[in-house]
Design a protein around this ligand. Structure first.
Ligand SMILES: [Zn+2]
Length: 99
Protein backbone atom coordinates (compact mmCIF):
# COMPACT_ATOMS: atom_id res chain seq x y z
CA UNK A 1 0.00 0.00 0.00
CA UNK A 2 1.37 3.24 -1.01
CA UNK A 3 0.22 6.47 0.29
CA UNK A 4 1.26 9.55 -1.47
CA UNK A 5 1.64 12.57 0.61
CA UNK A 6 -1.21 14.92 0.26
CA UNK A 7 -0.23 17.94 -1.65
CA UNK A 8 -1.59 21.28 -0.97
CA UNK A 9 -2.05 22.56 -4.40
CA UNK A 10 -4.80 24.94 -3.85
CA UNK A 11 -3.34 28.06 -2.40
CA UNK A 12 -5.80 30.16 -0.68
CA UNK A 13 -5.70 33.61 -1.96
CA UNK A 14 -7.32 36.48 -0.31
CA UNK A 15 -5.34 36.81 2.81
CA UNK A 16 -2.69 39.33 2.64
CA UNK A 17 -0.16 38.70 5.16
CA UNK A 18 2.54 41.08 5.74
CA UNK A 19 5.53 39.30 6.80
CA UNK A 20 7.36 41.41 9.22
CA UNK A 21 10.70 39.89 9.50
CA UNK A 22 12.00 41.23 12.66
CA UNK A 23 15.57 40.24 13.03
CA UNK A 24 16.66 41.11 16.45
CA UNK A 25 20.35 41.25 16.33
CA UNK A 26 22.07 40.59 19.52
CA UNK A 27 24.35 43.46 19.78
CA UNK A 28 26.73 42.42 22.41
CA UNK A 29 28.62 45.31 23.75
CA UNK A 30 32.23 44.94 22.91
CA UNK A 31 33.39 47.71 25.09
CA UNK A 32 32.59 47.96 28.74
CA UNK A 33 32.86 50.57 31.39
CA UNK A 34 36.01 50.45 33.42
CA UNK A 35 35.45 50.11 37.15
CA UNK A 36 38.67 51.94 37.78
CA UNK A 37 38.61 55.02 35.65
CA UNK A 38 35.02 54.98 34.46
CA UNK A 39 35.93 55.16 30.82
CA UNK A 40 34.15 52.93 28.35
CA UNK A 41 37.32 51.40 27.09
CA UNK A 42 37.42 47.94 28.55
CA UNK A 43 37.90 45.33 25.87
CA UNK A 44 38.03 41.59 25.79
CA UNK A 45 40.75 39.65 24.12
CA UNK A 46 39.68 36.02 23.92
CA UNK A 47 42.48 33.48 24.16
CA UNK A 48 42.30 29.73 24.28
CA UNK A 49 41.23 29.19 27.85
CA UNK A 50 41.20 32.66 29.19
CA UNK A 51 40.13 36.08 28.19
CA UNK A 52 42.29 39.05 28.73
CA UNK A 53 40.14 41.91 29.77
CA UNK A 54 41.82 45.22 29.92
CA UNK A 55 41.08 48.88 29.98
CA UNK A 56 42.61 50.86 27.20
CA UNK A 57 42.43 53.99 29.22
CA UNK A 58 44.05 53.25 32.55
CA UNK A 59 45.62 49.90 31.83
CA UNK A 60 43.73 47.85 34.39
CA UNK A 61 43.77 44.31 33.11
CA UNK A 62 42.94 40.85 34.25
CA UNK A 63 42.91 37.36 32.90
CA UNK A 64 39.61 35.60 33.39
CA UNK A 65 39.18 31.91 32.63
CA UNK A 66 36.41 31.71 30.10
CA UNK A 67 34.72 28.49 31.04
CA UNK A 68 31.83 28.96 28.70
CA UNK A 69 31.30 32.41 29.99
CA UNK A 70 29.65 35.14 28.05
CA UNK A 71 31.57 38.35 27.61
CA UNK A 72 29.24 40.01 30.06
CA UNK A 73 30.06 37.35 32.63
CA UNK A 74 33.72 37.94 32.15
CA UNK A 75 33.18 41.61 32.54
CA UNK A 76 31.18 41.04 35.72
CA UNK A 77 33.96 38.92 37.12
CA UNK A 78 36.41 41.58 36.14
CA UNK A 79 34.45 44.14 38.08
CA UNK A 80 33.97 41.76 40.98
CA UNK A 81 37.65 41.04 41.20
CA UNK A 82 38.47 44.67 40.92
CA UNK A 83 36.08 45.58 43.67
CA UNK A 84 37.34 42.74 45.82
CA UNK A 85 40.88 43.89 45.40
CA UNK A 86 39.98 47.46 45.91
CA UNK A 87 37.94 47.13 49.04
CA UNK A 88 39.95 44.36 50.58
CA UNK A 89 37.40 41.64 50.10
CA UNK A 90 34.53 43.16 51.94
CA UNK A 91 31.62 44.25 49.92
CA UNK A 92 30.88 47.28 51.98
CA UNK A 93 30.50 50.35 49.94
CA UNK A 94 33.42 52.60 50.06
CA UNK A 95 31.42 55.69 50.30
CA UNK A 96 33.00 57.32 53.21
CA UNK A 97 31.66 60.67 53.94
CA UNK A 98 34.16 62.46 55.99
CA UNK A 99 32.60 65.51 57.33
ZN1 LIG B 1 40.23 52.12 33.14
Amino acid sequence: MRRGEPRFQGKRMGRRRRRVVHVVKKTLPKVFTCPNCGMVSVRLQPKEDTTIISCGSCGTSQEIPNAGKEPIDIYNEFVDRFNAGQTGGSSTEANRIEA
